[in-house]
Ligand binder design. Structure first.
Ligand SMILES: Nc1ncnc2c1ncn2[C@@H]1O[C@H](COP(=O)(O)OP(=O)(O)OP(=O)(O)O)[C@@H](O)[C@H]1O
Ligand SMILES: [Mg+2]
Length: 142
């Protein structure tokens, strides 16, 4: 699936990468469980920015916000989870995470997923976001 590493020079490019990845994943979508993305890396690395494009690629028109004061937001079948606010994996399980990731209709994106890695499915696609400088980000698909 797609190349392994990208350098983006502005947030538009990061959004576009997200949009293209969503379209790509929808095409090859035949999995038996939810499609789960784990986003890791620097503060301001572009995780939320990427997910704005990703949601657009899924056909979602509603704007994706940084879920700053909440742990989980759902827009249709798209779940946006912010692991930064989660103390431990148990907290995520209490929100019904297992059921969410077992439903093949769902698409789940977890920011700061390394904080809840024990409950992330083996099939998760991991994306690392690195702050290179003011405008440049390195995005690695693991
Ligand atoms: N190439 C780029 N890609 C993405 N964002 C960029 C880029 N260049 C500059 N930016 C800016 O960097 C910021 C990225 O913020 P964003 O909220 O997406 O990061 P984040 O990884 O979700 O951070 P947090 O860990 O706080 O949730 C935005 O203000 C965006 O405009
Ligand atoms: Mg964010």
């Amino acid at each position: 699936m797609m190349a392994k590493e990208y350098l983006t020079k502005n947030s538009f490019q990061t959004k576009l990468l997200g949009e293209n990845m969503a379209k790509e994943l929808l095409k090859s979508n035949s999995q038996q469980r939810a499609l789960v993305l784990g986003l890791t890396g620097d503060l301001g690395g572009g995780k939320t920015t990427f997910l704005q494009g990703f949601a657009k690629g899924l056909g979602i028109n509603q704007r994706v916000l940084s879920p700053t004061f909440i742990i989980m937001r759902r827009i249709g079948r798209f779940y946006h989870i912010d692991g930064y606010r989660i103390k431990n994996s148990k907290e995520l399980l209490l929100l019904g995470f297992k059921k969410i990731i077992n439903d093949p209709k769902n698409i789940v994106a977890v920011e700061w997923a390394d904080r809840v890695s024990e409950v992330m499915p083996k099939s998760a696609i991991w994306l690392g976001f690195e702050f290179v400088n003011d405008k440049t980000r390195r995005i690695v698909v693991k």
